[in-house]
Design a protein around this ligand. Sequence first.
Ligand SMILES: Cc1cc2nc3c(=O)[nH]c(=O)nc-3n(C[C@H](O)[C@H](O)[C@H](O)COP(=O)(O)OP(=O)(O)OC[C@H]3O[C@@H](n4cnc5c(N)ncnc54)[C@H](O)[C@@H]3O)c2cc1C
Length: 343
Amino acid sequence: MYDCIIIGAGPAGSTAAKTLADKGFKVLLVEKFKLPRYKSCSGVLIKKSMDLVKLYFGESTPQFTMCAPTENRGMIFTTDKGKEYRFEQEGLNVWRSSFDNWLTTKAAESGAEVRDGTAAIDRKEQDGYVTVTLHGEKTYTEDARYVLDCEGVVGSLKRKILSKPQGYITTFQTFNKGTVDLDYHYFYAYLQPELSEYDAWFNVKDNLLVLGVSVKDPSQIAGYYARFLACMKELHGLRIDEETKSEKWLMPHIRPGCAVQYRAGRVFFAGEIAGFLNPMGEGISAGMESGHCLACAVAKHFDDADMICADYRQSTATLKTYMERQWGFVAGMADTFAEKKLK
Ligand SMILES: Cc1cc2nc3c(=O)[nH]c(=O)nc-3n(C[C@H](O)[C@H](O)[C@H](O)COP(=O)(O)OP(=O)(O)OC[C@H]3O[C@@H](n4cnc5c(N)ncnc54)[C@H](O)[C@@H]3O)c2cc1C
């Protein structure tokens, strides 16, 4: 019997696993992909994420997880009316596969048992514990007092537990050799409705120009992406010599009110699967913070699931208020975020 089975080795799951292992709990962290696993991401660690890494993992983000330019100096928004806002802030540029794998390694060093290539495919609530069905080379079960579901945006287990599906935004980004007349140290977000149904973005990773659009309707990707490229060519002299990769992903569609799902029985949710995500898809800090808060609540009230939930809600209240404020702020910059133009 494990104290906790944690599902998903992203920032939320690895932070929760390390926090509980440090406190002496018997923890199993399962990840459906072989580690290091790939995650589509701009890989910007904002200052808050950098600080949380130090706080929860006891050291600074290591150099080997970073890509060039290693320093991110902030974010530059263009509103739906074409007005530019600059937010200068210290940050880092990382490859998520290396960064997340480092977090998982730290959790393992603290004593968490890590099983990669293993998906949680079902769970059954028992009297005082949960039986989790795992699928790796074979299908088998493990028991735990609690499950900490940190599955990320598409939670197959969560979909089995809760019937109401979460809304999604589809992201599409390409990696390109080429040049553009912009400062590579910044993350650029464009909120003009003709360029995306949510946001379009540009940043640089190891000299590759990353260009992305996000949409509510995936059939619209090609049109929005073509308009975004044309706009970047016209306004910033974008020149693409070769597209090296393109990828689609999902992120939760955060709606005004920023609903969070904390719990279903003895299963608790943290990170994106719970609904923790900041504007422009900044979710690493929210993943780590919610994973840590949940782990602390479990450690403090181990014999009382209701108390765990109450504590978890309370300790993430500031995070949720911050999210609501930030999404409210972005809604002021573009109607799509205020849902005024939703079909
Ligand atoms: C295009 C894009 C760009 C982004 N850019 C940034 C950025 O620059 N900065 C930032 O802070 N955030 C960014 N984000 C958001 C960020 O990636 C997420 O918010 C963050 O990864 C959420 O962390 P998590 O731990 O909740 O989930 P994840 O990081 O998604 O981790 C969940 C893990 O669970 C595993 N898993 C899923 N189901 C199961 C299962 N049934 N059994 C076992 N394992 C399972 C998955 O394989 C995955 O490894 C971006 C997102 C996208 C899509």
